[in-house]
Write a protein that binds this ligand. Structure first.
Ligand code: CMP
Length: 140
């Protein structure tokens, strides 16, 4: 068990439905601390860069359009084994397949509008945190 940080995004669908407060409560109730947080609207090129790993996927352009469709809340959150633990409490990518009691089951709409993003590895957590936050902003 090691204390780690991971990058969380509350996506435009959950922001529009006013679920951000509920999702933050959920995350904190599970033991996470919010280290840094900002509400932003991504530009098209920023969204394309963030999701560049998916650029060959058929849903890439739809995903980019969705991610720039409104404000998002980007957070660095910290807990024991944060990367894997956050992915566990987010649930499966598709809310219809997500386990009961997970964020995506509770607050997701469909496979694209699935409420939250969480980094999939420690390496990507560092890359994604640096994408959104300066070194100064990452210090508590
Ligand atoms: P996320 O965890 O942010 O990583 C990539 C995102 O692409 C994913 O959540 C969904 O929002 C979206 N996504 C994944 N698979 C599909 C799909 N089959 N169709 C549309 N969007 C998808």
């Amino acid at each position: 068990m090691t204390i780690q940080k991971t990058l969380s995004i509350i996506k435009p669908d959950a922001m529009k439905l006013k679920y951000s407060g509920k999702i933050i409560d959920f995350i904190e109730d599970k033991g996470f601390s919010v280290i840094a947080q900002k509400k932003i609207v991504l530009t098209k090129s920023q969204a394309e860069a963030f999701y560049s790993v998916h650029k060959e996927r058929p849903f890439f352009y739809e995903l980019v359009d969705f991610m720039i469709s409104g404000p998002i809340l980007v957070q660095i959150i910290e807990a024991k084994d944060a990367v894997s633990f956050y992915r566990e409490i987010m649930g499966s990518t598709n809310p219809e397949e997500a386990e009961e009691g997970t964020i995506r089951k509770l607050y997701g709409t469909n496979i694209q509008c699935n409420a939250v993003h969480g980094s999939d590895s420690i390496e990507n957590a560092n890359i994604e945190a640096s994408f959104f936050f300066s070194k100064l902003e990452m210090i508590i």
